[in-house]
Design a protein. Structure first.
Length: 397
């Protein structure tokens, strides 16, 4: 399932599309909007995006339909940018109608059809970078591939879990893009990709291999068939209870409750929708949530693999709560230290993180924070506030 994403940007574009389709063709169309995103995509950078074949462009179907509708109209079209929430009667009225539409149970049928003569396909090679060309080829090939049945199931599980928490309904494209975000560790990205594609070697995978059927069952939980959900939310040997308790204790300091998370909510943790009082996304809070959740779920997977593969599921080799806590603290403080480095080191400029964003991300969750300077990014030994040190467990420590 891959429908239009329910977001502010999508709604703004759909409103413009409706105006372009419904207005009489010969009249001058005056579009007043507070969305710079819409103006940029349709007008300011519209021709450039069109020449690039809409490669890697969000909401491409809507933008293409809008540009085609405007091109078909003999009348002129003007765009005017207004400031949002500034007592503009038309803009405030549109916001009120948008709020009413957001709680409707029925979906609108959006006409994205484009007459053949106005449907501009392909991209101009001149001006394309190698990266853009690669993405364009990949997008074309993806349309020809049949999706894995397991991936379709997991994407729907994640989609509905996100919908329940955030009232947004992410598309497949949005979910895939979210797990590739640079705030997520590269190894965690690879794990999420394999998990959603249902290619991890757990549970039913082993039942199909003669001689290895026993590996399908969890040796700690009454030989239950192992699954991603079992590993992350049920198993008593993976340390998941301790890890999610630690993550909840930390995020509670930012008024986030993650108790009783479903597996869809856990795997959809790259799609948080926390907002500021102004209604804008809270980048720092969303970032902290994604970091804590992804690092926690990947640690559970690591502990499970070490116990099952290296220690053959030996119940005597299950880690203690103290060992699990130290491992978790080590991973979180490692990410904190990495943020410090990325915000200060010039040699990492190509992937530098804003110092302001780093400070806001970790604000309120640090140890002894009241005694730290306003800018602590260059101070070694800054830790998250649970009182446990950075060092991982190990011999002679």
């Amino acid at each position: 399932m891959d429908t239009l994403e329910q977001s502010n940007n999508t709604g703004e574009l759909i409103a413009i599309l409706a105006a372009a389709q419904d207005a009489p063709e010969n009249v001058t169309l005056h579009i007043i909007t507070d969305s710079q995103y819409a103006i940029n995509g349709i007008h300011k950078y519209g021709q450039k995006i069109e020449r690039l074949g809409y490669i890697d462009t969000a909401n491409r179907e809507i933008v293409k339909a809008i540009r085609a509708s405007l091109r078909m109209r003999p009348g002129d079209t003007y765009f005017e940018k207004v400031k949002g929430h500034s007592s503009n009667v038309g803009n405030d009225g549109a916001d009120a109608l948008a709020g009413t539409g957001a709680v409707r149970e029925e979906y609108d049928n959006i006409n994205l059809a484009i007459p053949t003569d106005y449907d501009i396909e392909g991209a101009e090679f001149i001006g394309l970078t190698q990266a853009q060309l690669y993405r364009g080829i990949r997008e074309k090939l993806e349309k020809l591939l049949k999706p894995r049945r397991g991936a379709v199931v997991w994407l729907d599980i994640i989609r509905w879990a996100v919908k329940e928490k955030t009232e947004t309904f992410p598309t497949d494209r949005t979910i895939w893009r979210a797990i590739r975000h640079p705030d997520i560790d590269r190894k965690v990205r690879a794990y999420l990709y394999k998990t959603i594609h249902n290619t991890n070697k757990v549970g039913e995978y082993w039942e199909k291999i003669p001689g290895f059927e026993g590996r399908a069952k969890c040796p700690q939980c009454d030989n239950r068939i192992e699954s991603v959900e079992h590993i992350m939310t049920e198993c008593t040997g993976t340390g998941q209870q301790t890890i999610w308790k630690l993550a909840d204790d930390l995020l509670t300091k930012k008024n986030i409750d993650i108790k009783n998370q479903s597996i869809g909510g856990i795997l959809g943790c790259a799609l948080p929708q926390f907002k500021l009082a102004t209604g804008r996304p809270n980048k720092a809070l969303n970032r902290l949530y994604t970091i804590i959740m992804t690092e926690s779920l990947y640690l559970i997977w690591i502990i499970r693999c070490e116990w099952i593969i290296e220690n053959m599921g030996d119940p005597d080799k299950i880690l203690s709560e103290q060992e699990i806590t130290r491992k978790w603290m080590h991973r979180i403080n490692r990410r904190l230290r990495l943020d410090q480095i990325m915000s200060t080191k010039q040699q990492y400029k190509w992937k530098k993180v804003s110092r302001k964003l780093v400070l806001e991300t970790w604000q309120g969750v640090l140890n002894n924070e009241e005694n730290l300077p306003t800018d602590w990014t260059q101070i070694r030994g800054v830790l998250v506030g649970t009182g446990v040190g950075m060092r991982p467990p190990g011999r002679n420590r």
